[in-house]
Write a protein that binds this ligand. Structure first.
Ligand SMILES: O=C(O)[C@H](O)[C@@H](O)[C@H](O)[C@H](O)COP(=O)(O)O
Length: 267
């Protein structure tokens, strides 16, 4: 695999909304814009999605949109818990509840973990990486996959995906998919996309809402350290990739970082 990205990253864009309903509408518009741009260039729209509070906010407006070419979506998980797909901790299950079960994305286009290997998280990560390789082979950038869109959350400790503060995986610069069995947030055993993958994406959007996120949003937006800081501060896609934050007023109460007005025509 090639060296980590070295090109300069662009400045994060912050969109703030008075409510999560407004945020969900804008997020759906943003996702569909990313989809449209991807499908102008290629046959599929490749998106990676996290767990946490994100799937609910994502599905809320998106599932009602008309004319979406769902058969062209190819979905991966930005991180996944190494549990059965019907387990209450499964990010597949969560996304299924809020999005997949409501829209006709072909099941084979939703890339789930190999649940025959649950006793061996390294094998689960290797298999998942192979699924990525199979999907991205033939793309222009095969050193690392280039997702059209990655949707992430931010934990109160600043983690994102399953990349936690102080964890050795923050230094992983070669593999595409890594595994851990010591996640401080339960459950302990997970797989996650790595920084080089996140930072080769064309768009990364963080979705973070609620007053419980006030302190961490201030830290991540007003005091970022993209080299050694909190895991979510280190997500800085290389050009032409861009990073966006979608938050509500409650989460942004302490933040001074300049907001950008959300204008679908200017995305
Ligand atoms: O599987 C996971 O645990 C998630 O992918 C994780 O990275 C999540 O996005 C953050 O913990 C934020 O979660 P909340 O939005 O629920 O705070």
């Amino acid at each position: 695999m090639s060296a980590p990205p070295s090109k300069e990253a662009t400045k994060p864009v912050l969109f703030g909304f008075p409510s999560t309903d407004n945020l969900s509408q804008a997020l759906a518009t943003f996702v569909l814009k990313a989809q449209d741009e991807a499908l102008k260039k290629q046959a599929t729209f490749r998106i990676a999605i996290s767990g946490g509070s994100l799937p609910k906010v994502l599905g809320k407006d998106l599932i009602g949109r008309e004319g979406v070419p769902w058969d062209k979506w190819e979905v991966f998980f930005a991180d996944e818990r190494v549990v059965p797909l019907d387990h209450e901790d499964s990010n597949f299950r969560l996304n299924d509840e809020h999005l997949f079960s409501h829209v006709p994305i072909p099941r084979q286009n939703i890339h789930v973990i190999d649940t025959s290997k649950l006793d061996d998280p390294e094998a689960v990560a290797d298999d998942y990486e192979k699924q990525l390789v199979a999907s991205f082979v033939g793309s222009s950038s095969i050193a690392f996959p280039r997702f059209d869109l990655v949707l992430l959350g931010i934990g109160p400790d600043g983690h994102t995906c399953s990349l936690f503060p102080g964890h050795a995986l923050l230094d992983e610069m070669d593999g595409w998919v890594a595994w851990l069995n010591d996640s401080p947030k339960p459950p302990p055993t997970r797989i996650t996309l790595t920084y080089p993958v996140l930072n080769h994406s064309l768009r990364v959007a963080f979705v973070s809402t609620g007053e419980g996120k006030q302190e961490i949003m201030k830290e991540v937006l007003d005091n970022p350290n993209p080299k050694e800081g909190l895991p979510s501060s280190r997500v800085r896609p290389i050009s032409p990739g861009r990073v966006f934050f979608f938050s509500d007023d409650a989460a942004l109460k302490l933040v001074q970082y300049e907001r950008t007005h959300f204008d679908a025509a200017k995305l």
